[in-house]
Ligand binder design. Structure first.
Ligand code: MUC
Ligand code: MG
Length: 367
C-alpha cells in the first residue's frame, strides 16, 4: 500500500458551451489529472480544476506544486496514512485543488485495494443524489431554453442561476422568466460569485422576494464584513458561503460571524479528508449544506457524488453534478448518466470510474 509515484498530467477538453459567471468564464476544461501509484500496481485518480479567479491556481502551477513539492513529501507513505499526507500538504499555503486531487486519488487507490467504494468507506448513506444544474449568464430566453432542455433530456428540476451582473435587473429578469415559464415545477436558487455589493444584493433579493428561492450564494464579498452581515441578517433564505469558505476554519469564522448561514462543500477544494471535517463541522453547527460544483469534469463529478452520497446531510439537497454536460468530451470509459433528475453512484471500488487511455492520449498536453 506504499505510494511510489504521483503524476500530474495537464489536459484540455473544450466546452461545447462556455460557462459565464460574475467572477470569470470557462471555455475549456484545462484540468490536471492526478495519478497516485502504489507498490502493488494500484493507481488512484482524481482531477484538479485550476480556478485562478477563485483560488489563484493555474494549470502549470498545479502540475509544478504536485510534482515538485507534494510528490516528494508523500512518496513512501502508505494509503492508510491520509492524515500524515494532509498534514504534510498543509505545510504549503493555498493550492486547494492540487491538494484535494492528491487526497482523492489516494482514497481512490485505497478503495481499489480494499475492493470498497469511497462512498461506503466515508459513510455509505445512499446510492444516489438529485441533480441541480447551474445556468451561466445569458439572455433570459436562452437560459429558459437551456433549463427546458435539461428538464426534458435529463429530468433535472433544480437550477442554480448565476447572478451578479449590473444592473441587477439583468439577472432578476432571468429568474423571473424561469419562474414564469416553469411555475412551481422547478426549484431555483442564485449564486452571485461576489459580483454585487451588499446593497445591490438586497435590492435584487427584494425584487425576487415573490419567486420562492431556495438559497442565495456568495452574492457579495465576505471581505465586505459589515455589509455582508447586514445582508445575511435581513434575508429570509439561507445564505450559502462557497468560495469564502475554502477551509474548515473559514466555515467557523463565516458562520459564527453571521456572514453566512449555509455552506457549499466542494470536493475539488477540500478533497475527501477535509470535506469530511467540513461536513462534521456543518453538522455540529446545524447548518444546511449543498454539494457544489467547481466546474468539474466527470471524474470530479464522480468525486462530488461519492462524498455527497456518503452522508444524510450532503445528500439532502440536490447536488451540483451536471456541468460536465457542457463539455465536448471527457476522460472516462463509462460516461456518467443523469436520468429522471438523478445521478446514481457506481458500486465499483474507489471513486468507481476508469480513465480511458485513448482519450487521455488525445487530450493530454504534456506529450
Ligand atoms: C460556483 O458555485 O461558484 C464558479 C466559480 C467557482 O469558483 O465555482 C464555480 C461555481
Ligand atoms: Mg458558488
Amino acid at each position: 500500500m506504499k505510494i511510489t509515484e504521483v503524476e500530474a498530467i495537464p489536459f484540455a477538453i473544450p466546452y461545447s458551451k462556455p460557462l459565464r459567471f460574475a467572477s470569470g468564464e470557462v471555455h475549456a476544461a484545462e484540468h490536471v489529472l492526478v495519478r497516485v501509484h502504489t507498490d502493488e500496481g494500484i493507481v488512484g485518480v482524481a482531477e484538479a480544476p485550476p480556478r485562478p479567479f477563485t483560488y489563484g491556481e493555474t494549470q502549470d502551477g498545479i502540475v509544478a506544486v504536485i510534482t515538485k513539492v507534494f510528490a516528494p513529501q508523500i512518496i513512501g507513505l502508505t494509503l492508510l496514512e491520509r492524515e500524515v499526507v494532509t498534514e504534510r500538504l498543509a505545510r504549503t499555503v493555498g493550492n486547494p485543488t492540487a491538494k484535494s486531487a492528491v487526497d482523492m486519488a489516494i482514497w481512490d487507490a485505497l478503495g481499489k485495494v480494499l475492493g470498497l467504494s469511497v462512498a461506503d468507506l466515508l459513510g455509505g448513506y445512499t446510492d444516489r443524489m438529485r441533480v441541480s444544474h447551474m445556468l451561466g449568464f445569458d439572455e433570459p430566453s436562452v437560459m429558459v431554453n437551456e433549463a427546458a432542455r435539461m428538464r426534458d433530456t435529463y429530468g433535472i428540476t433544480t437550477f442554480k442561476v448565476k447572478v451578479g451582473r449590473r444592473p441587477v435587473s439583468l439577472d432578476t429578469a432571468v429568474v423571473r422568466a424561469l419562474r414564469e415559464s416553469f411555475g412551481d415545477a422547478i426549484d431555483l436558487y442564485v449564486d452571485g460569485n461576489r459580483g454585487w455589493s451588499a446593497s445591490e444584493s438586497m435590492r435584487a433579493m427584494t425584487e425576487m422576494a415573490d419567486l420562492g428561492l431556495l438559497f442565495a450564494e456568495e452574492l457579495c464579498p465576505a471581505d465586505d464584513v459589515q455589509g455582508r452581515r447586514w445582508l445575511v441578517e435581513r434575508l429570509d433564505v439561507p445564505f450559502i458561503a462557497d468560495e469564502s469558505v475554502p477551509d474548515p476554519a473559514d466555515v467557523t469564522r463565516e458562520i459564527l460571524g453571521g456572514s453566512a448561514t449555509a455552506i457549499s462543500i466542494k470536493t475539488a477544494r477540500t478533497g475527501f479528508t477535509r470535506s469530511r471535517r467540513v461536513h462534521h463541522l456543518a453538522e455540529g453547527l446545524g447548518i444546511e449544506v449543498v454539494m457544489g460544483n467547481q466546474i468539474d469534469g466527470q471524474l470530479g463529478t464522480a468525486c462530488t457524488l461519492a462524498f455527497g452520497t456518503a452522508f444524510e446531510l450532503t445528500s439532502r439537497q440536490a447536488g451540483e453534478l451536471s456541468n460536465f454536460l457542457d463539455m465536448s468530451d471527457d476522460l472516462l470509459t463509462e460516461p456518467l448518466q443523469i436520468s429522471e433528475g438523478v445521478l446514481h453512484r457506481s458500486e465499483a471500488p474507489g471513486i468507481g470510474v476508469e480513465i480511458d487511455p485513448d482519450k487521455l492520449t488525445r487530450y493530454r498536453l504534456d506529450r
